[in-house]
Structure formats: C-alpha cells, structure tokens
Design a protein. Structure first.
Length: 271
C-alpha cells in the first residue's frame, strides 16, 4: 500500500539481494532489506553514490534479477519472472545497430507479434513525437547521442508500459541536450502518467523531474535512508526550476543526507 492507500504500481517489500562470489569467496549483499513503494502515476527518483546498488534495484524491479529474500510487487501481485508491465531504458545505448531508427522503434511491437506493416506507421508516429520525423531511415551510427536517446525513448513508450524503469538514461549527454531530453520526458509523462522509477546519481536531475526523491546509503547492503517529497509546481522546465528558492532549499536538505554517503562510496571505490 502507498501513503494514499491505493495499491502501489511497484513495491519493494523487505527486498535483499546477495550476489554469489566468483571462485567461492565471500558473498556480496548489494541491497539489504529495502522497502519502497511507487504509486500509480508517481515519478520517483532514486539517488545514491556510485556502486551503491541502484542498478541492482532497477534490475530487481525489471525481474532481471531475483531477490534473495523479500518480494517485488507489481500492481499488488508478486513479480515472477520478467516484469511485463514495465518498459526499460538503460544507461548504455541499447539500439540494434543493424536496424534503422524506424525499425528499432517498431521492434518491440514486432516481437510482440505485430506485422511489420502495422508496426511501421506507429513507429513513425512515435519518432515524430520525440522530434525525429525525417530520421526514420538513419541507422544508430548516423544519429547523435541525443537522437539515439530519443529513439530509445520512443522504443520504450511505443509499447505503452504502465511502469517506466530508467537507469541513468541521460547521463552520457551534454548538459543542454540532457535538459532538452528531461523536458521532453516530463512532457510525454504528464500527457499519460506512468509510474516511473528513475535512477540517477545526479541530485539536480532527480529533484527537477520527480514527485519524490529517495536517497540510498553507500553499499554494501544499500537501503533507503531518506525520502523527500518534491513539492515544486508542474509543468516544470528543468533548467528554470533549478533557479527557484524552493529547489535550492530541497537540494540543500537532500544533499545533507546524500553527502556523507557519496564520501563513503568514493572511499570504497578507491580500494
Ligand atoms: N552480477 C553481479 N555479481 C556480483 N556483484 C555484482 C553484480 N552486479 C552488481 N554487483 C555489485 O553490486 C554492487 C552494486 O552494483 P550496482 O551496479 O547496482 O551499482 P550502481 O549504484 O548502479 O553503480 P553506478 O552508479 O556506478 O551505476 C557493486 O558493488 C557491484 O560490484
Ligand atoms: Mg548503475
């Protein structure tokens, strides 16, 4: 249950994830006893230091990893296998280099059984929606980094998933392109509110996009150590909202919690 009492779209219920060590060494507990719920239509960002377990959390939600204990719940039912109500967007480019932009966007529909002739017009429509009309025939290597992210966004949204799982999707982009993409994501999201679990290590990105920001502790055994409601008005322009006094206040409050964890994470990464 979420605070509002509705069934959560996605919930971690006391989830722990332990990795077996290679060569019989000690096991590594990446995520320990994590409880976290995302309400239908809610945009939640998770921030935490590098290596703390953010991607692990996302992979658990995607059903790509099994919890060692605890349960991942989707719409009130325990997740078993792949999370088919979710769409993913990962940090690395995941476009198929041998397919054109159009064919990349159409791919999910085709894999789900749609005929190419039905899938193509819908893919064309989605490419236009992410600002890529006229680029249908380009291959990924003929597109800029920002354009490839737009294709990936269309590829995810065309399947109309109820839950969006995004793992630092814009972190490889320059700041201007990144802010354009963030605004586009917000616009698409507000037109048709999905539940979003957005992973980032960038606190400003987290605050400017989200309804709620969750701070994870440094690993091992990461878990939420702070949760902040982001009461900034929508619609937002991610570049402009950063200049408002309330944003600065929220940033200060969350950074108080995150700062120590980032320092711990950094110290661990040096070993
Ligand atoms: N399949 C695996 N087997 C063993 N250890 C793993 C595996 N996947 C992740 N880990 C370990 O779990 C910890 C968390 O990794 P994870 O990728 O979730 O971190 P992250 O917070 O996403 O990091 P980053 O910010 O760098 O993307 C790391 O110490 C990592 O080495
Ligand atoms: Mg990661």
């Amino acid at each position: 249950m979420t605070a509002a009492g509705a069934t959560a779209a996605l919930a971690f219920d006391a989830v722990t994830c332990t990795f077996a060590a290679r060569g019989g060494g000690e096991r590594y507990t990446a995520v320990r006893d994590t409880t976290l719920a995302i309400a239908p239509g809610e945009f939640v960002s998770v921030v935490g230091p590098t290596g703390c377990g953010k991607s692990t959390l996302l992979n658990l939600a995607a059903g790509l990893l099994d919890a060692s204990s605890g349960t991942v719940m989707v719409d009130g039912a325990p997740l078993d296998g792949l999370n088919r109500r979710a769409g993913y967007m990962f940090q690395a480019d995941a476009l198929m280099p041998w397919r054109s932009a159009l064919a990349n966007v159409a791919a999910g529909l085709e894999f789900a059984g749609a005929k190419r002739a039905e899938a193509a017009p819908r893919a064309r429509e989605w490419l236009a929606r992410v600002g890529l009309a006229g680029f249908e025939d380009r291959y990924p290597h003929q597109l800029s980094g920002g354009m490839r992210k737009r294709v990936a966004l269309a590829q995810m949204l065309i399947l109309d998933p109820e839950i969006l799982l995004m793992d630092e999707p814009f972190s490889a982009l320059d700041i201007q392109t990144r802010q354009l993409m963030e605004n586009e994501l917000l616009e698409l999201w507000s037109a048709n509110r999905k539940s979003v679990l957005f992973i980032t290590h960038d606190l400003e990105e987290a605050i400017s996009l989200s309804d709620r920001v969750v701070v994870l502790a440094a690993g091992p055994g990461t878990h939420p150590i702070g949760e902040f409601a982001i009461d900034l008005p929508r619609p937002r322009d991610v570049a402009e909202i950063r200049l408002t006094p309330r944003f600065v206040e929220l940033h200060e409050a969350i950074w108080q919690v995150l700062r120590g964890e980032v320092l711990k994470g950094y110290a661990q990464a040096k070993h």
